[in-house]
Every structure is written in C-alpha cells, then in structure tokens.
Design a protein. Structure first.
Length: 240
C-alpha cells in the first residue's frame, strides 16, 4: 500500500465532498433554516426577548461562512473512515473496477450511517426542539450512529468469515434484528414538533438530498482516484 497516496486520496476526496455538501446546503437547505430561525425569533420576541438586528445579521453571516469549513471537516472525517473501510474490504466488494466498488460501498455507508439513523431520528430545523434537551438529542443521535455503524462493521467481518451461500441472507437478517432492537430500546425524540409540518418535511427532504449527493460524490472521487493512482499496488524493483 502506498501510504501517502492513500492518505492524499481519502482526505482530498473527503474535503471536496464536504465542501460540495456545504455549498449545496447553502442553496437547498438554507431557505428552510431561514424560515425556521424567523419563527424562532418571533417566538422569542413574543416572550419579551430583544433581538438586535445587526448582531443577528453578523451571526448569520459568520454561521454561513463557517458552514463551509464545517462541511470540509465533516468530509475529512467521513473520507478517512470511508478510505479505511474501502482499503480493507476492496477485494471483497463486487465490481469490475474501483469506481463501481467505491460507489457500492458509499451506498452501503449512506444506508448505515445516514438513512437508518434518519429513520429513527429524522433531522429537524432549529425551530423544533428545546435548547435544554440538545445534549440528550445529540447523544441519542450519536448512539444510533454507533450502533448501526459498529453492527454493520461486525456483520462485514462475519460475512467474510462465513463461506456458506446462506450468508447473503443470514448476515443482513442479523443486522436488521439488531437495528430493530435498537429502534425499540432507544427513546424517541424528547421534543414535540411545534413548527409547521411543511417546513419540517421540506427541511428533511432537502437534508436527505444533500447527504445523498455527499456520499455519491465521496465514493465517485475515491473510486476515480483509486483507479488512476492505484495506491494498493507496491512498486516492484527490477533486477539489473
């Protein structure tokens, strides 16, 4: 394995995909955020809280600019994770080339780390949720990611160790059973939804679109770079 080439591939792919995610969020998700924050500000004003327009505008400007850096950091994190899994499992992933292999893996990771978690704890805009419960909500969300991710990792190891044809059915069934138990055992979101449902559903759909694009882009970039640079191949020393 060409270590430096491998690191360059996964980190650059993650950073690019993360920046694209942040840019998409600015156009697709941001309108829902603006509307949700407007509702939040109106509720705060109704309770007597004074909101300084200048300070608010400066905060939103800083928040929008910081989202690009945040997207890059998220991309780097997921890129490193994706690269490690791809390097370990590449030979066992179906596909005629590394692009197809990487896209298949990105689809699996999208399902495990995003879709399964979003079904249990769907994304909500800022107007939904009591600030006092934010740590509880974050903990529940991270717990679901950990359960789904580590279960999928364990099932991947089990799949490679099993040699019977029935593994194609047994391994997914075990994963589904564990996730079903987690869905029942973990408590629901503690906060009721008080925002308009069209806002909430629009925000969720927009978030799902941008996260799907992120995983597709991440897989595509890793696959293309891997096929071109071949970090899994070691240099051969020719005899004189």
């Amino acid at each position: 394995m060409k270590t430096l080439t491998f690191i360059a591939i996964v980190l650059s792919a993650g950073a690019i995909a993360g920046v694209i995610l942040a840019a998409l969020n600015q156009g697709v998700v941001e309108p829902y955020l603006e509307r949700a924050i407007e509702l939040e500000n109106k509720a705060a004003a109704a309770e007597g809280e004074i909101i300084n327009p200048t300070e608010y505008a400066a905060y939103r400007f800083w928040q929008k600019g910081g989202s690009i850096a945040g997207g890059a950091v998220l991309g780097l994190s997921y890129g490193a994770l994706f690269g490690l899994v791809f390097a370990y499992a590449r030979s066992a992933i179906p596909g005629s080339n590394n692009l197809k292999k990487a896209l298949l893996l990105s689809g699996i990771m999208w399902f495990v780390l995003y879709l399964v978690v979003a079904i249990k704890y769907p994304a909500n805009p800022p107007a939904v949720g009591d600030p006092a419960t934010i740590y509880v909500r974050q903990s529940l969300y991270m717990a679901m990611i950990a359960i789904s991710g580590f279960t999928a990792l364990g099932m991947a190891v089990l799949y490679r160790k099993m040699h019977s044809k029935s593994r194609k059915f047994i391994v997914p069934a075990i994963y589904a059973a564990i996730i079903a138990v987690a869905f029942v055992a973990l408590p629901p979101n503690p906060d009721p939804i008080t925002a308009p449902m069209d806002l909430v559903m629009g925000f969720r759909v927009a978030s799902a679109i941008t996260m799907t694009v992120f995983w597709v882009v991440l897989g595509a970039i890793v696959g293309v770079f891997w096929d071109k640079l071949k970090p899994h191949e070691t240099a051969r020393i020719k005899a004189a």
